[in-house]
Design a binder for this molecule. Structure first.
Ligand code: GAR
Length: 210
């Protein structure tokens, strides 16, 4: 089983959906720890309640972004993860950090990337008059919410949607999509090549399975 560390900044509902999925005996990955940049993140207590080790690194405890990341990288070198899943981790990782785990960092973003990268994605999707919305799991590269796409999920936009109602419809799909994407990457069915493209094999090569 691939060793996975999940990074969170908030409530951790995606982290919990990954954790649920990894409980299946045949799931090809296990969560070995949860890391947060927010000691008060609600997801940390939820992870501990499930018996998962948690580590918080408050940004304010370090003089620079580089020192903050160095502390996290130090913990990761103990934990020896094969994969890192960003799950509502609201901090941009530096190029050095990403290079240290090239092709091994996944992120979920609540929009159909490359549309609406960054913050306030649901407001912006509604303002644009989108009729569908969704979420994207992708490999992390240097740009924010960039990087080759692993999987996407789509939901309809309803006439009376607010950013909140749309966010919660998308979140439901996130909880299905992220475990599926992690499974495919852990099995080696989807990977990022050196040129930064997604390579799909096995059942993931079939467009119908995307
Ligand atoms: C999720 O909707 C996730 O896609 C989003 O934050 C939420 C975290 O919820 N991530 C981003 O916006 C990253 N740019 P959770 O803590 O309950 O998983």
């Amino acid at each position: 089983r691939k060793r996975v560390v999940v990074f969170i900044s908030g409530g951790g509902s995606n982290m919990l959906s990954l954790l649920e999925a990894t409980k299946a005996a045949d799931f090809p990955a296990e969560i070995v720890a949860v890391v947060s940049d927010k000691p008060e993140a609600g997801g940390l207590a939820k992870a501990r309640a499930e018996g998962i080790a948690t580590y918080a690194f408050a940004r304010r405890d370090y003089p620079s972004k580089a020192d903050h990341e160095m502390a996290i990288l130090g913990k990761l070198s103990e934990l020896q993860p094969d994969l890192i899943c960003l799950a509502g981790y609201m901090r941009l990782l530096s190029a050095d950090f990403i290079q240290a785990y090239a092709g091994a960092i996944l992120n979920i973003h609540p929009s159909l990337l490359p549309l609406f990268a960054g913050l306030h994605t649901h407001e912006r999707a509604l303002d644009a008059g989108m009729r569908v919305a969704g979420c994207t799991v992708h490999f992390v590269t240097e740009g924010m919410d960039e990087g080759p796409i692993i999987a996407q999920g789509v939901v309809p936009v309803m006439a009376d949607d607010t950013a909140e109602t749309l966010a919660s419809r998308v979140l439901t799909v996130e909880h299905q999509l992220y475990p599926m994407a992690l499974r495919a990457v852990a099995l080696g069915e989807v990977r990022m090549d050196d040129a930064g493209n997604t390579v799909r094999t096995g059942s993931n090569a079939d467009p119908a399975a995307r």
